[in-house]
Design a binder for this molecule. Structure first.
Ligand code: NAI
Length: 327
């Protein structure tokens, strides 16, 4: 398994690279960034784990060297939010960064699983799909928007109510998109079941939707979630690698192109959104089946979903347009 981190020197990229370096599923770790990869690579190379490590800058065909032969590329490249910014405000800069990196993937490692962390995920994943389509290399089963941090937050925040010993023991599907009201936690479908007092539900839901703002505010201009995101990004990457190596029964919510995945068409019709985060079954080929949790949503969640559809459609369109009619 050759794993690449594109944006490896950043706030997310460094701890994510650390976790991948320490992961026994990774044989070869390749770090790519426009700055500082020599230092990050030298530092991580002293860790006595199995993964061989290399780092590249753009000069001297660095992207080609970094990407060639990759089985998985994780993309946390791009600028993060500052207080007062929405994820959509990042579009102008990050859209171009993701486009350029995915063009490189299409050229050098089109078979790789692609895990997009760069925000706004609701738009950067459609950008990646359009770039791959233009290159004749789009495999919807292998393109994922990483929404795991929303799942991790839901698990953590609900624990304050359930008192469960290990927060991760409660499975909560968080679906829709990855920003504000497009994030829809389905607490009614938590396993094991959770009882949330009615007067706490709104606050809990909002906290999952806007949890990222707590970190942006606390960091006071120094960026957004990096450590919890590295944890979440690694958790998703690890599951993709486990599935690639033949482990069955892995289901994770992730933002995918629905029409390209078994079971996805019905969800796309119901939501009016071609891209959506739903619990997806992972296999060797990537996303093998999209599970449809919509029918089981309660009335409260159905209202949240309506707001989600409206916001998400515009975000998706913006990404598609960015590639179809470049500004
Ligand atoms: P950061 O600014 O600390 O790091 C970004 C890195 O990307 C920098 O090292 C930069 O040099 C690099 N970079 C910029 N252009 C590049 C290019 N063309 N090729 C390769 N590398 C390039 O930012 P941070 O905090 O690591 O966040 C990265 C992204 O992740 C942001 O867009 C942020 O909004 C997003 N994010 C996503 C989350 C999610 O749940 N999906 C959660 C938190 C952040």
């Amino acid at each position: 398994m050759k794993a690449v981190v594109a944006g490896a020197s950043g706030g997310i990229g460094q701890p994510l690279s650390l976790l991948l370096k320490a992961c026994p599923l990774v044989d070869h770790l390749s770090l790519y960034d426009v700055v500082n990869t020599p230092g990050v690579t030298a530092d991580l190379s002293h860790i006595s784990s199995v993964a061989k490590i290399e780092g590249f800058l753009p000069a001297d065909d660095g992207m080609k060297k970094a990407f060639t032969g990759a089985d998985m590329v994780v993309i946390p490249a791009g600028i993060p939010r500052k207080p007062g910014m929405t994820r959509d405000d990042l579009f102008k800069i990050n859209a171009g960064i993701v486009k350029g990196l995915v063009e490189g993937i299409a050229e050098h490692c089109p078979e790789a699983y692609i895990l997009v962390i760069s925000n706004p995920v609701n738009s950067t994943v459609p950008i990646a799909a359009e770039v791959l389509t233009n290159a004749g290399k789009f495999n919807p089963k292998k393109l994922f928007g990483v929404t795991t941090l929303d799942v991790v937050r839901a698990e953590t925040f609900v624990q304050a109510i359930t008192g469960a010993k290990d927060p991760a023991d409660t499975k909560i599907p968080v679906i829709g998109g990855h920003s504000g009201e497009t994030i829809v936690p389905l607490f009614s479908q938590a396993k094991p079941e959770v009882k949330i007092p009615e007067d706490k539900l709104d606050e809990l839901t909002k906290r999952v939707q806007f949890g990222g703002d707590e970190v942006v505010k606390a960091k006071d201009g120094a960026g957004s979630a990096t450590l919890s995101m590295a944890y979440a990004g690694f958790r998703f990457a690890e599951r993709v690698m486990q599935a690639a190596k033949g482990k069955s029964g892995i289901v994770e919510p992730t933002f995918v192109y629905l029409p390209g995945i078994e079971g996805g068409d019905a969800i796309a019709k119901e939501t009016g959104c071609k891209y959506f985060s739903v619990p997806v079954e992972l296999g060797k080929e990537g996303a093998v089946k999209a599970n449809n949790p919509l029918g089981m949503a309660n009335e409260y969640e159905k209202k949240l979903l309506q707001a989600c559809y409206e916001g998400l459609k515009g975000n998706i369109e913006k990404g598609v347009e960015f590639v179809k009619n470049p500004p």
